[in-house]
Design a protein around this ligand. Sequence first.
Ligand code: SF4
Length: 400
Amino acid sequence: MYEIAASALLKEVMNNYFQDLKTRSKPLAWCTSVGPAELLRSFGFDVYFPENHGALLGATRKAMDYIPVASKIGYPSDICSYLTSDIGSHIQKSTPLTKHYGLDAQPIPDLIVYNTNQCREVQDWFSYFANQYKCPILGIVPPRHMDEVKQADIDNVSSQFKSLIPECERVSGNKFDIDQFRETLRLSKEATLLWKKTLETSIQTPAPISFFDATIHMGPIVVLRGTETAKAYYKVLSDELELNVKNKVGFLPKETSRIYWEGMPIWGRLRFLSDLFAQHHSAVVASTYCNSWIFDDFDERTPFESSALAYTKIFINRSERAKLTILKDLINDFRITGVIFHEAKTCFNNSNSRFGMPAKLKEETGVETLIIEGDLCDLRFFSEEQSTIKIETLLEQISS
Ligand code: SF4
């Protein structure tokens, strides 16, 4: 059975990250997953990401216990299930972080920072916790849904980044140090390029890492961007996968189709879906989701401007037209023969199937597309039976 040897190191890296949060040796900032993590780290903050907790709630299937708890206080179950399960978990005073990492609860923040580049929901979600913990909260509010990011947009977001500095200085007790910011950004860029290299190994056949495995191995690029640890981890992982490519070792012995996964993972059904595709020799080799943590525009010579550009031009913040172009390029690069659009019922922000994109993509590339309904955390929106029939029908049609 195919296994990625770096998985053991991944466990160690993630465990160490959470143990550091437990010891509270540094001030702690909460940050959105595509927020200004490098700037925060440059002040000496440890950084915690509530979305990572949301993914854990989804993967452990605890989310469904907590979503109704949040509904009772006015956060209905059809809005972001990261938000509802995370708030419900807080109210219930219960979290899988206890079982997995020995934390009694989510670590209490000294500062909360969000970026609405991904959605407005994060502002409401983080504001709930700012209120609960009586914690200062800051936000970046960039222009949204962009065809392209222009200089005026970069200037706008860059000045918003700079406006965070006085409060970061006050809460951390450290003066802003441009060289420290440059260094953190440099480390983040190096890690992000290694993550890109990791994902791009699956351009090859047989592909050495699937989308499902990549959702697990992306942990450090989300929570440890801007550290030596993340960089070192992705060096080990990408080296291993490159060797597998050289030795023609892939996660499937043979591939009869190559799939692109568009949208969020269905965290509580990763194993089920991975097995389903594997049974049909179908390699799910690329995704919008895992690619979202490639920030190759970071440039330590222009730390504010390049961070503003990188974080504003992310896929989720682009127009339908720009997204279509990006998808077409990836389909070409990864030699994709079918695209699955996951319509996540509680996240329209990261579901791109609702305005005709699957049909447009098929028309412009000739590649078959399929929409499956589900959710990132709330499995009540996902039917195994219906999804299996749809996926098997697609695979039958496209397999060579
Ligand atoms: S992008 Fe979607 S899943 Fe992520 S925080 Fe926003 S609404 Fe929730």
